[in-house]
Design a protein around this ligand. Structure first.
Ligand code: UD1
Ligand code: CA
Length: 458
């Protein structure tokens, strides 16, 4: 819903990301743990960007360079505010008070609640345009344990009670606070600065803004969200549950986009995986980050791909590993036990078996025989191999880079190629075969005689 007000008021997002998340038992801050190849913080930054935030303020533990680097990379215009002491969610929002403009709409998102979509954040904001001072995101659940309960009377919200402070009756309430909140800029500071810490945890609770707004006679809205989307991550089990949810979402999107996943539950996707129409993905494939698969490609079983582009109609696997800038032009094919890194295969080029192609340029329709290795690394630097269009590389060739094989050239099997091969030439670089007729029988007879003459061991 877009109103004239939305256009006039800009949206400020405050993302709470402080705290180690001790239950993760990790050296990494909780919010940098990844889901579908992107940190939880990254997912939340993407969601607030999608919701149209004009300004993003992230509240983080001071001195966390890793968190600051992630923010700079994913949401470069954002401001980072340190929260020196961790005194609660309202205290955290006030660490970013400089970002709160009276005329703005404010949404507070949690970096440990990574499944919330931009669309949901926009729904959370919407009641502000209709005059609400506060909007809370809430879900119904049969397992409310640990969550703040949304207390209502006659359909109107009264307060949010943290579990630690709730009476037995209040604990039976199944409507839970997802934690995220929208606040009208005109009221935000006045509400936040009045929040006290007189509660079981001795913390400044952001949800207390609800009771204060109700006390002021201001309208408070409750915006529903599915429990699965509101799920927070506090430990590795919940991280696993969130990963499963995100994978299910990504698989569904790939299928809706026209890709066939034969065994969807065995295919792992990243947040940025792009699969075109009529792409066929066999079981047990991992799409790490940076993969784009164009229309009509086939990814056979047990492949691992990262930073790869498969152009229309190309084929990969089974059991192939493609990474770091591999590009297959239309109709190119990579077969079993082949690794491709920073290499481009021209249209219709093939490497069907047991090969390493690294730092290479391979012309269209070239055929790379089984066991071919581009020797791209001399222990200090990487070097390129260039193979011309239509070249034929015999099995078990070692191409010692930098080296180039001309268009249409032949490389004999078992060759170690250290010098450039011109277009159309044959290069043979191996010992010449010698054949000695009858040698085997003579040798065997001599060996047997030797053996008979040796003394028998006691
Ligand atoms: C919070 C809500 C609870 C809600 C639940 C939903 C409060 C007081 N409680 O509880 O009603 O049901 O989320 O998941 O808000 N943070 C800081 N600084 C702080 C405290 C927290 O940055 O001083 C950040 C954390 O990094 C986290 C988020 O705020 O991203 C939520 O904090 P957390 O302690 O996990 O709150 P919950 O106990 O889960
Ligand atoms: Ca939490």
């Amino acid at each position: 819903m877009t109103t004239a007000d939305d256009v006039r008021r800009s949206l400020t997002a405050i993302v709470l990301a402080a705290g180690k998340g001790t239950r993760m038992r990790s050296d990494l801050p909780k919010v940098l743990h990844r889901l579908a190849g992107r940190s939880m913080l990254g997912h939340v930054l993407a969601a607030v960007q999608a919701a149209g935030a004009a300004r993003i303020a992230v509240v983080a533990e001071p001195g966390r360079d890793d968190v600051a680097r992630e923010i700079a990379a994913l949401a470069p215009g954002s401001d980072v505010y340190p929260q020196v002491e961790r005194l609660g969610t309202a205290h955290a929002v006030l660490a970013a008070r400089a970002a709160l403009g009276a005329g703005d709409d404010v949404i507070v998102a949690f970096a440990d609640t990574p499944l919330v979509s931009g669309e949901t954040l926009a729904r959370l904001r919407a009641p502000l345009a209709d005059g609400a001072a506060v909007a809370v995101l809430a879900f119904e659940t049969d397992h409310p344990e640990g969550y703040g309960r949304v207390l209502t009377e006659g359909g109107r919200v009264l307060a949010i009670r943290e579990e630690k402070d709730a009476s037995l009756d209040e604990r039976r309430v199944r409507l839970c606070n997802a934690g995220l909140m929208a606040l009208a800029g005109a009221h935000a500071l006045s509400l936040l600065t009045r929040i006290g810490n007189d509660n079981a945890a001795g913390e400044y609770y952001l949800p207390d803004a609800v009771a204060l707004a109700v006390g002021d006679g201001l309208p408070v809205a409750v915006v529903p969200v599915a429990e699965a989307e509101a799920q927070g991550v506090n430990d590795r089990m919940q991280l696993g549950v969130a990963e499963a949810a995100i994978q299910a979402r990504l698989r569904r999107l790939a299928q809706l986009g026209g890709a066939t996943l034969i065994a969807p539950e065995t295919v792992f996707l990243s947040h940025d995986t792009i699969l075109g129409r009529d792409v066929l993905v066999e079981p047990h494939v991992v799409f790490d980050t940076g993969v784009r698969v164009d229309d009509g490609c086939v990814v056979h079983a047990f492949c691992h791909l990262k930073d790869v582009r498969l152009e229309a109609g190309s084929r990969v696997g089974p059991f192939a590993r493609l990474r770091g800038g591999a590009v297959l032009e239309p109709g190119a094919a990579i077969g079993n036990f082949v690794e491709v890194k920073n290499a481009r295969l021209g249209p219709g080029a093939k490497a069907a078996h047991l090969t390493y192609l690294g730092d290479a340029e391979i012309g269209g329709r070239a055929n790379i025989g089984a066991g071919t290795i581009t020797c791209n690394y001399d222990g200090v630097s990487k070097h390129r191999t260039v193979i011309g269009a239509g070249a034929f590389i015999g099995s078990n060739a070692a191409l010692v880079a930098p080296v180039s094989i001309g268009a249409g050239a032949f490389v004999a099997s078992g060759s170690v190629i250290t010098e450039d091969v011109p277009d159309g030439a044959l290069a043979v670089a191996r010992g010449r075969q010698a054949v000695k007729p009858g040698w085997a029988e003579t040798k065997r007879t001599a060996l047997k005689a030797d053996n008979a003459a040796r003394p028998v061991k006691p």
